[in-house]
Structures are given as structure tokens and as C-alpha cells.
Design a protein around this ligand. Structure first.
Ligand code: NAD
Length: 322
């Protein structure tokens, strides 16, 4: 099969491409605009593979997508603006990439005809929940420009399924962590800040809860849904590792031999969702389950950042200069 992976030079996309090349015979085209968050070097470990083709282009650029997409049987659409804090400063690009870009991808995929269109979404589209967990049929109540633009993308993708029978499946996964995550996101930001001798800024009371999913487990989940998910359906992917930001901070401090004096409590993020939680029985019924414990995955992730300073140091400069 030839798979067209948008956003494959980013954090999750590059992990997914490595996963596919290691475990399948598929041929992969990565289509990526190479924004601040994407780089071909994230694929250095597999770049030599003749089954991998790299194309620079934007998902919102019809001509570029029309030229690159023919000949592929499946689309895995990850390309997005992905950082909530950035969406609070400038939402325009979030709507352009996440909504317009998804519309262009669905439209051209419909015209060309593909066997599968897997749209990658997030648990953030459901909004915040105090108790219990969201299931796939729950309504969408996004509360940040990022999650609203992702929710719009989900609705656009499903509309192409309903209207034109584009074979869409959607995954909604929880907060991920692992190697090659841009060091503006909580775990790599805190780890690299501490490695540089700085203090980590903890929002509000630090009690916001997220479910933390190791990126490799998400890749296995995405692959399960790509192969076995039912067209027109949504699948939640989460690990059941609910932790407060305070707990995550404590794990990182302990792993790096730091203490409370390395934490700065800062004003809370505007509209900060209190808790995300998703039920994952539907995806588990397809034969998927997370394979790594949170403790083992976070330990391996922190060790990766300790060992890969040359990868993240130039990226942190970009975050500082933003
Ligand atoms: P990322 O920001 O690390 O990577 C995004 C990639 O998309 C980059 O390579 C970037 O260059 C590319 N891109 C951005 N705009 C583009 C455009 N217009 N055209 C083509 N490529 C473009 O993001 P990520 O964390 O790897 O997230 C990937 C996907 O997974 C996103 O759709 C995101 O919403 C979703 N997701 C992420 C998480 C998480 O915890 N990181 C959780 C759930 C869902």
C-alpha cells in the first residue's frame, strides 16, 4: 500500500513513519510544510529507506496536494498547528491549516479516490470533564482556538464521508510524549529547561489533569484503526494515565535530581481546561491496548532528551525568540 502521511515531519508524524517503515512493507510519502514544528531531520533514522519519499508542501495548497496525492491508497492526515498556547496568540493560522487544510485534503482525496482517509484528532475536541470519561458519541465542546479548529476539522472530514462517501475514520488521542517532541510542549519543555539549569513555569495550581499516552502506543493505535476501524467511525486512543501537571513536574524533577526550588508558579493559561478524559473500549475492541507503563515510558523519554541535546538546543532558541 502507498500511504500519504501529512505532517510526517512533526513529532507524532515522524514516530508514525518510523513505525510504518519498521513494521510494514508500505511505501510512504510524507507531505509536510516544514513549519517551525517540522523538520526532515526528525526522520534521519529512516531517511535512507527507498520506500520513503519526502515532499514539501502545505495541506492548504490545492495545487500542491493535487500534484502529490495521486497514486496513494491511504491518507493519514496529521498536519496541523498543534500548540494551544500559540493558538491563544494567533488563531488565524490554526483555522487555515486545521480547517482549510483538512477541507483541501478531503476534497482532493474525494476527487482522486482513496481506500482510507484517517483523520488524526485529539481528546481536546470534547472539552473539559470533571468526572467520568468522554465516549466517541459525546458532543464536541472545544474551548480553545486550537481545539475548536480541530473540532471543525473533524466535522469537515465526517461531512465528506456523509456527502461524498470518502472512507473517513477518525482517531482522537490524548496528550502524547516521547522523543522528537518540539520543546514547547509540557514534558520536553520542562525536561530541557531543567537540563539548561532553568526553572519550570507551572500554570495556576498545577492541578489540571491530562491522560498521558506514549507516542509509540498511539502509533500502534492509529495503525489498528487504519486497518480495522469501521469507515465513518471515531476511535478514542488513550492510556488511562491521568496525572496532574504537578505530578508530571514531580516525576521530571525527581528524574533529573531537582527539587521544588526549580518550580515557578505562574498565572494560569486563559481558558485552561481542567481535565481531559476519554474512554477507549471501542479502540480496545479492535485488538489494541497500550503496551508501556507510564513510568517506563517517561523514564525512556527523559533519557532520550538527556542524550539528544544537539537535537533540541537549536529548537529551544526558536521558542525563546518567538
Ligand atoms: P507537531 O506540531 O509536532 O507537528 C505538526 C506537523 O505538521 C509539522 O511537521 C508541521 O511542519 C506540519 N504542518 C503544519 N502545518 C502544515 C501545513 N499547512 N501543511 C503541511 N504540513 C503542515 O504536532 P504533533 O504533536 O505531531 O501532532 C500531530 C497531530 O496529532 C495533529 O493533528 C495534532 O492535532 C494531533 N494530536 C496531537 C497530540 C499531542 O499530544 N501532541 C494529541 C492528540 C492529537
Amino acid at each position: 500500500m502507498r500511504i500519504f502521511v501529512t505532517g510526517g515531519a512533526g513529532f507524532i508524524g515522524s514516530a508514525y513513519v518510523r513505525h510504518l517503515l519498521e513494521r510494514t512493507d508500505d511505501e510512504i510519502t510524507v507531505f509536510d510544510a516544514l513549519t517551525y514544528a517540522g523538520a526532515w531531520s526528525n526522520l534521519d533514522e529512516v531517511r535512507h529507506d527507498p520506500r520513503l519519499t519526502l515532499v514539501q508542501g502545505s495541506v492548504a495548497d490545492r495545487a500542491a496536494v493535487r500534484q502529490a496525492l495521486p497514486g496513494h491508497q491511504a491518507v493519514v492526515h496529521l498536519a496541523a498547528e498543534s500548540h494551544v498556547d500559540r493558538s491563544l496568540l494567533d488563531a488565524d493560522v490554526f483555522v487555515r491549516t486545521n480547517c482549510d487544510g483538512t477541507n483541501v485534503m478531503c476534497d482532493i482525496a474525494t476527487q482522486i479516490g482513496v481506500d482510507r482517509f484517517l483523520h488524526i484528532s485529539t481528546d481536546e475536541v470534547y472539552g473539559s470533564i470533571e468526572e467520568g470519561s468522554f465516549v466517541e458519541t459525546d458532543g464536541l465542546q472545544p474551548r480553545s482556538p486550537y481545539s475548536a479548529a480541530k473540532a471543525g476539522a473533524d466535522l469537515i472530514a465526517m461531512a465528506y464521508h456523509e456527502t461524498y462517501e470518502l472512507p473517513v475514520v477518525i482517531t482522537r488521542s490524548s496528550n502524547q510524549f516521547g522523543p522528537y517532541q518540539f520543546p514547547e510542549k509540557l514534558i520536553p519543555f520542562f525536561v530541557t529547561t531543567l537540563l539548561e539549569g532553568g526553572k519550570v513555569p507551572l500554570y495556576g495550581d498545577g492541578l489540571n489533569v491530562r491522560d498521558w499516552l506514549f507516542v509509540e502506543d498511539n502509533c500502534r493505535g492509529v495503525q489498528t484503526v487504519l486497518n480495522h476501524g469501521k469507515v465513518g467511525e471515531v476511535y478514542n486512543i488513550g492510556a488511562g494515565n491521568e496525572r496532574t501537571n504537578r505530578e508530571i513536574t514531580d516525576v521530571i524533577l525527581a528524574a533529573l535530581g531537582k527539587d521544588e526550588s526549580s518550580v515557578d508558579y505562574v498565572e494560569d493559561r486563559m481558558g485552561h481546561d481542567r481535565r481531559y478524559s476519554i474512554a477507549t473500549a471501542k479502540t480496545e475492541a479492535l485488538g489494541w491496548a497500550p503496551s508501556m507503563t507510564f513510568e517506563a515510558a517517561i523514564e525512556a523519554t527523559i533519557a532520550w532528551y538527556v542524550d539528544h541535546r544537539a537535537w533540541w538546543e537549536p529548537l529551544r532558541e526558536r521558542v525563546k525568540n518567538r
